[in-house]
Design a protein around this ligand. Structure first.
Ligand SMILES: *[C@@H]1O[C@H](CO)[C@@H](O)[C@H](O)[C@H]1NC(C)=O
Ligand SMILES: *[C@@H]1O[C@H](CO)[C@@H](O)[C@H](O)[C@H]1NC(C)=O
Ligand SMILES: *[C@@H]1O[C@H](CO)[C@@H](O)[C@H](O)[C@H]1NC(C)=O
Ligand SMILES: *[C@@H]1O[C@H](CO)[C@@H](O)[C@H](O)[C@H]1NC(C)=O
Ligand SMILES: *[C@@H]1O[C@H](CO)[C@@H](O)[C@H](O)[C@H]1NC(C)=O
Ligand SMILES: *[C@@H]1O[C@H](CO)[C@@H](O)[C@H](O)[C@H]1NC(C)=O
Ligand SMILES: *[C@@H]1O[C@H](CO)[C@@H](O)[C@H](O)[C@H]1NC(C)=O
Ligand SMILES: *[C@@H]1O[C@H](CO)[C@@H](O)[C@H](O)[C@H]1NC(C)=O
Ligand SMILES: *[C@@H]1O[C@H](CO)[C@@H](O)[C@H](O)[C@H]1NC(C)=O
Ligand SMILES: *[C@@H]1O[C@H](CO)[C@@H](O)[C@H](O)[C@H]1NC(C)=O
Ligand SMILES: *[C@@H]1O[C@H](CO)[C@@H](O)[C@H](O)[C@H]1NC(C)=O
Ligand SMILES: *[C@@H]1O[C@H](CO)[C@@H](O)[C@H](O)[C@H]1NC(C)=O
Length: 467
């Protein structure tokens, strides 16, 4: 099997080499760049903002919108057509922009196939085809850029597997293939003339989950975004990557426990595995292994067991998202030691016990959401003094007691107050000083008395439920 793959690589390499030689034989200059760009212009079928009127041959291409020329060679170094609302295809002529360092087409409507001539662009450091309409498999020639640092194909409709050649891009620091239809299971490897045998061989390989194994070779990687695809396994080799600050594999088909290798990526700042089918308990000492972690998003999975009790070790935490799992037990009091925390989402779990008063020590908190659990005890009024709070959601628990008279005073930034379906009683408090309130849900409680006239002072209010 290894040998077959090796042969495939050799075949590809030969194809590339012969083509490179053809191009190398012709001298290129700024006129070549101009004809390449005019070819691109003629392949753009819709230009609603009439931007390309600017691409006139009466002036040097270096003055054209979206073009930056290098200072030394006076050749096109950057082609940036981001957010121009173009519809069109990419002509092979772009492969003649031999001094191109950055190629950015993001947020347009380019479609069709990407011509293999782009692989001649040996100086490229940045490729961004994000949010266009390319489909089919990711061409294997993307592995032929010896200096590539940033590789972005997010928001297209690429399917099949990630070609192994990509894992040869040893200078790669940033890879974003999110929001596509990539998977490790279904292989639609569309390199011409692959024999049936080859297809079967590749399919077998990916079913065993080895698809991303080689990702462990890309030791310069800092950011990995594979979100919204169909991957079902994170390989253990990812644990070799000790410079990665961001790993995002949310909304995929991952299952089983959080791969232990992830806890070996000690430089991680953001870890997002939201929306998979991961299960089991969380290790207690996450932040002993990941001391720089600021954002942990494990929401919408099937985790259970207690919340990690050594949360206080996560000194850098800014956001903790564990909503929509089945965590049980109580909220550790030492959550109050994480004083930089901005957002805590623990809703839709099976948490019990009281809301620890220590949460009121979190004086930077902007969002606290613990709705739909089984929390009980006195309503934690002290959190109504966290002046940074924007969203407070404690609905669907068994909290009781009354609310202090003018809770608005301590909440000048509050926009969303959801405390429905608890056992709260007493008068509805004055909220007039929480002047930024947009939505209030006090539904299904036992409040009594009059509806305070002062609610009328809330000029931004759009939604009020007192049912
Ligand atoms: C570019 O090269 C072509 C021939 O390859 C030549 O005819 C042309 O004058 C050159 N243009 C410039 C601007 O050097
Ligand atoms: C094209 O746009 C650039 C930058 O916006 C401007 O400097 C140049 O004069 C324009 N050229 C033409 C032909 O309109
Ligand atoms: C491309 O242009 C967009 C908007 O004009 C800009 O935000 C972005 O930084 C540019 N990217 C590169 C790589 O030059
Ligand atoms: C540029 O590329 C096209 C298509 O790949 C090719 O036909 C053309 O001869 C190339 N060379 C020049 C100098 O434009
Ligand atoms: C990676 O690059 C090396 C050397 O450039 C080459 O020998 C090897 O075949 C390449 N592997 C893949 C999978 O492209
Ligand atoms: C990855 O690294 C291993 C060990 O260094 C090497 O054997 C393998 O060929 C590499 N794979 C690729 C695709 O470069
Ligand atoms: C964990 O990281 C260390 C140091 O970077 C490395 O030596 C080790 O092989 C890694 N273990 C795993 C399971 O990736
Ligand atoms: C959630 O966990 C509790 C035990 O803590 C268990 O009784 C319950 O069945 C679990 N719910 C789901 C949906 O797995
Ligand atoms: C956490 O905060 C509590 C007070 O709420 C304090 O007693 C304890 O020493 C703190 N722990 C650490 C590890 O800082
Ligand atoms: C909120 O803070 C004010 C002023 O510091 C204090 O008087 C009040 O008792 C506090 N309220 C709660 C519920 O802790
Ligand atoms: C709300 O404020 C009004 C006037 O500002 C006051 O008369 C009333 O008693 C207050 N209601 C409560 C519940 O504190
Ligand atoms: C609270 O709101 C009232 C009425 O809008 C206002 O007179 C008062 O100054 C406000 N108090 C504070 C502390 O903002």
């Amino acid at each position: 099997m290894e040998r077959s793959r090796f042969l495939l690589s050799i075949m590809l390499l030969l194809v590339h080499h012969s083509s490179i030689c053809t191009v190398g034989a012709t001298q290129t200059n700024i006129t070549t760049d101009q004809s390449a760009l005019l070819a691109l212009k003629s392949h753009i079928t819709s230009d609603p903002h009439n931007i390309l009127a600017n691409w006139s041959t009466t002036t040097s291409v270096c003055n054209w919108v979206g073009i930056t020329c290098g200072a030394r060679h006076i050749r096109v170094a950057s082609l940036n057509l981001s957010y121009m609302s173009f519809t069109g295809t990419i002509p092979p002529h772009l492969g003649n922009l031999s001094f191109l360092v950055a190629l950015t087409f993001k947020n347009n409507n380019f479609h069709g196939t990407l011509p293999h001539e782009l692989s001649y662009l040996r100086r490229l450091k940045l490729i961004n085809f994000g949010f266009n309409n390319f489909m089919g498999s990711i061409p294997s020639w993307f592995g032929s850029f010896p200096k590539l640092q940033s590789f972005n194909l997010y928001g297209n409709q690429f399917s099949g597997s990630i070609p192994a050649t990509i894992f040869n891009l040893s200078t790669l620091q940033h890879i974003d293939l999110g929001i596509n239809k990539l998977s490790g299971t279904y292989v639609m490897y569309s390199i011409v003339d692959l024999s049936l045998c080859f297809n079967i061989f590749l399919r077998l390989e990916y079913i065993t989950g080895a698809i991303l194994r080689e990702i462990g070779n890309l030791t310069m990687l800092k950011e990995i975004h594979l979100d919204s695809n169909n991957f079902n396994e994170i390989p253990k080799e990812i644990g070799h990557l000790d410079q990665v600050v961001g790993l995002n594999v949310e909304v995929n088909a991952l299952k089983g426990p959080v791969p232990v290798a992830v806890f070996n990526m000690s430089s991680l700042i953001v870890l997002t595995l939201y929306g998979n089918s991961l299960s089991g308990g969380l290790p207690n000492n996450i932040c002993q292994h990941l001391p720089s972690l600021q954002i942990l998003n494990l929401g919408r999975n099937q985790f259970d067991g207690p919340l990690p009790s050594r949360l206080w070790q996560c000194r850098e935490f800014l956001k903790l998202i564990l909503e929509e799992n089945n965590f049980s037990g109580s909220i550790p009091k030492n959550i109050g030691n994480l004083t930089m925390m901005k957002e805590i989402y623990l809703g839709k779990n099976s948490l019990t016990g009281t809301i620890p008063d220590e949460i009121s020590h979190l004086l930077n908190l902007e969002g606290l959401s613990i709705e739909q659990n089984n929390l009980n005890g006195l309503f934690p009024s002290s959190i109504l003094n966290i002046s940074t709070m924007r969203t407070l959601s404690l609905s669907f628990n068994q909290l009781w007691g009354s609310l202090p008279a003018n809770i608005g005073l301590g909440l000048p930034n509050l926009q969303h107050l959801y405390i429905a379906a608890n056992d709260l009683n007493g008068e509805i408090p004055n909220l007039s000083n929480a002047s930024t309130l947009i939505k209030i849900d006090l539904n299904q409680n036992s409040f009594t008395g009059f509806i305070p006239r002062t609610l009328c002072a809330l000029a931004n209010l759009q939604w009020l439920n007192l049912g």
